[in-house]
Design a protein around this ligand. Structure first.
Ligand SMILES: Cc1cc2nc3c(=O)[nH]c(=O)nc-3n(C[C@H](O)[C@H](O)[C@H](O)COP(=O)(O)OP(=O)(O)OC[C@H]3O[C@@H](n4cnc5c(N)ncnc54)[C@H](O)[C@@H]3O)c2cc1C
Length: 375
């Protein structure tokens, strides 16, 4: 396998939000970066595509012309129970909608313009040290070398990072469609059903994202047939039945991911710095994983810049990144874990929503736990 001669200051594995944002910020500081993405841009991804406003300014600073894109601004929330009860609330900070197809592609274009070597259609198979200062990255298009390697590969930990990763007992599947429907563009709805929930909100190009998360057990019970599961389980929520039966579906078949689990992982493992879902992920009901991935890229890039400037040692970089990651995300991930248990169970969800309907200040407090401050 051919070895590339150039030694990059940073190699990034995975070109989702954490990876692309990290690459752009480092390139802005004159650092040489190579980024590997196994898919070919642009491509769709399973994601609810609601981004908390906390990331708006950050994305603009990276060079995304958000004001010109005419994106839906989302300020209203509706949460329904399987029994058909709907809790309505305002979203104090709110969010905006953009498909991952568009967003990741915009960021990839910005990264390329800023001289990041973006290599897509390229899977990383291994990372190993040749000496104290250089790592080799074995990929489907050859071997690359870099001083620092960052893992932003998302929710599935590869074996070269952790051989011990065991599948979680509670596995989820994620399913996404783009649809045409009549929901107000300033509204996001979350519809609960047995062991799952489904979000609907507007994105770019006049499409709506309909994306749900449920246990793999629900799918198994329906003979691994998505359509049958939707009819048997999701349709029990009257709002969902309406979306499924009265909307125009824009994908030929849904986008599906499996073996999804939500947990805190490591910030540094096998000599690789981790950010975004690679370091820890949150359930979409309870937090904004995309904003967390972008925020983590900012925290890591600032420390990496100090390291390249020789202002901190590698040991300090490892410790300080871990500390700052925990400070920013630990409470959010923990509160997400507890919130998750209130939903997806018929009676508890219905009861919780009816109680929250009478306690708007508590509803506001819970919503604020799922959104962070701008950064
Ligand atoms: C069902 C569902 C709905 C969600 N809805 C929302 C939402 O509405 N709002 C929100 O804020 N968050 C949401 N999230 C969470 C959000 O999608 C993630 O937190 C976010 O995408 C994390 O970004 P990332 O950059 O860490 O990972 P990703 O965006 O997953 O990017 C990782 C990239 O790495 C690439 N890759 C992986 N392995 C390799 C390899 N070996 N070599 C090369 N490339 C590799 C992948 O192809 C991928 O492009 C949702 C998640 C799920 C599961």
């Amino acid at each position: 396998m051919e070895t590339n001669l150039k030694i990059y200051q940073c190699a990034i594995i995975g070109g989702g939000l954490a990876g692309l944002c990290l690459a752009i910020q480092l390139a802005d500081k004159g650092i040489s970066v190579v980024l590997f993405e196994k898919n070919t841009y642009p491509f769709h991804k399973v994601c609810g595509e609601y981004i908390s406003m906390e990331s708006w300014n950050f994305l603009k600073e990276l060079g995304l012309p958000l004001d010109e894109l005419n994106l839906p601004r989302i300020t209203q929330l509706g949460i329904s129970s399987e029994d058909g009860f709907m809790l309505n609330a305002s979203l104090p900070l709110g969010g905006f909608g953009i498909s991952r197809y568009s967003l990741d592609n915009y960021l990839c274009e910005i990264a390329r313009k800023k001289n990041v070597t973006v290599i897509d259609n390229c899977k990383v198979f291994d990372v190993y040290k040749t000496d104290e200062n250089i790592s080799k990255i074995k990929t489907s298009t050859g071997i690359y070398r870099a001083a620092i390697v960052c893992g932003t590969y998302g929710k599935y930990t590869p074996v070269f990072i952790d051989k011990e990763t065991k599948p979680s007992n509670l596995n989820y599947i994620g399913v996404k469609y783009h649809i045409k429907t009549t929901l107000n563009s300033n509204r996001i709805e979350l519809h609960n059903f047995k062991d799952g929930y489904c979000g609907v909100s507007k994105v770019d190009k006049d499409a709506y994202c309909l994306c749900y998360l449920t246990t793999s057990l629900n799918l198994e019970k329906a003979g691994n047939d998505i359509k049958k599961m939707e009819e048997a389980v999701l349709y029990k929520n009257p709002f969902l039945k309406k979306y499924f039966t009265e909307s125009e579906f824009l994908f030929k078949s849904p986008l599906v991911i499996s073996n999804v689990s939500f947990q805190k992982k490591d910030t540094y493992k096998s000599s690789v710095f981790l950010a975004g879902d690679s370091a820890g992920s949150i359930t979409p009901l309870c937090g904004n994983g995309m904003s967390m991935a972008m925020r983590a890229s900012k925290l890591l890039s600032q420390l990496l810049v100090n390291y390249y400037a020789k202002a901190i040692t590698k040991d300090q970089l490892i410790k300080e990144y871990d500390a700052v990651w925990n400070k920013n995300f630990n409470t959010r991930i923990k509160s997400g874990y507890y919130l998750q248990h209130l939903f997806g169970k018929k009676r508890t969800t219905d009861f919780t929503l009816r109680v929250l309907d009478r306690l708007p200040s508590l509803t506001k407090k819970i919503i604020s736990l799922t959104h962070g401050q701008t950064f």
